[in-house]
Ligand binder design. Sequence first.
Ligand code: DOR
Length: 445
Amino acid sequence: MTDILIRNARLVNEGREFESDVLVAHGRIEKIATSIEGIRARVEIDAAGQWLMPGMIDDQVHFREPGAPHKGCIASESRAAVAGGITSFMDMPNTAPPTLTLDALADKKRRAAAGAKANYAFHFGVSRDNLDTVAALDPAAVGGVKVFMGASTGDMLVDDPEILERLFSCVPTILLAHCEHTPSILANEARLRELHGDHIPPSAHPLIRDAEACYRSSSFAVDLARRCGTRLHVLHLTTARELALFTPGPLAGKRITAEVCAHHLLFDDSDYAALGNLIKCNPAIKTRADRDALRQALLCDRIDVIGTDHAPHTLEEKSRAYAQAPSGLPLVQHALPALLELVEEGALPLTHLVRKTSHAVAELFGIRERGYLREGYWADLTLVERLAVPQPVDEQPVLAHCGWTPFKGRSFRHAVRTTVVSGQLAWHQGRVQDDCEGLPLSFNR
Ligand code: DOR
């Protein structure tokens, strides 16, 4: 008996939509065919009226393990991820301890093997002291190498130009950069403090972490990468101005690529009035014009992939005054349904969304046999239903450990019905499946 047979689904894959059945066995997609007959499977799903797409591969999450179990851990956040149709994640190194040594990397892999519901990889961190370790990394052992060229959560800032030049020259695999110019941020903050004292409003966040701070850092990173021949991936773009640094067009052959995150496509600075510190994140959510430019940049492939930057903090932490409230928001459970609102509004074709959340992420990182619906590939699948009546987010439990979502009060017109991770049911009939285990991602490098 095979494992899972999905009948009558509408597949969304590689630029096409078509009706098909899909058979899953031994973790892999065994067959994609209009009608698969004479087979009995352990699980049979009639997916009539549902889209079947490759699961989202999230290239940027902060699952907080080890070090901050009060905010989340690999098990809790990956449960939320599979409920949101995410089948693979790549976790960031700003944990405690940070992922700056091979031991810390091995420890995270052990933890994920024991608790991850989705497939996983880890980005290695950079400090001023670990460049020798970075240079000697096995490219296949990490998702990539992450450098905080702007200060954010954790103490991982590296902005000394000499160290950066050495890093950009020696990094043996894809380098992911958080780009914000810290001196500009500090000067802006001092100015706003003069104006507001200890009562800086959250709406000042994009004035402190402003477009200039982003551009100064990302243009520096792109210039340096060109000079050093670095394979650079600039994370979470937030401004129209930065877009000119990137080339539109197909991913193949690009040495410098860009990511945008769901919240920067979905919120703008008018949302601070209602959401305040809940949408405080780094880089900041900027203007509506920036948001619209990011959407356009997705369409012409100037931006290559969409991630979430899922970064949970507790409500207690978020309810502190602006300056004390940490940056980041929980997103993995709701990013895909929220992005599907853009499809509904006609702002993003569905096949294009799937390219940015699955195909292109697999290509960009060289992830082996995932990111597409192809026979022989791992079965990482997401079934999505378009709802006759939009569903209030508040009717669903929030699965991230922090227990809140920035989408509270909104309704979505799509629901993730089933998520399959490496051929196992991970989310089905409204429940995370306890026996599902994510696998480590492997890379063609
Ligand atoms: O808003 C953010 N939160 N941006 C980051 O770069 C880090 C993240 C976190 O870890 O909280």
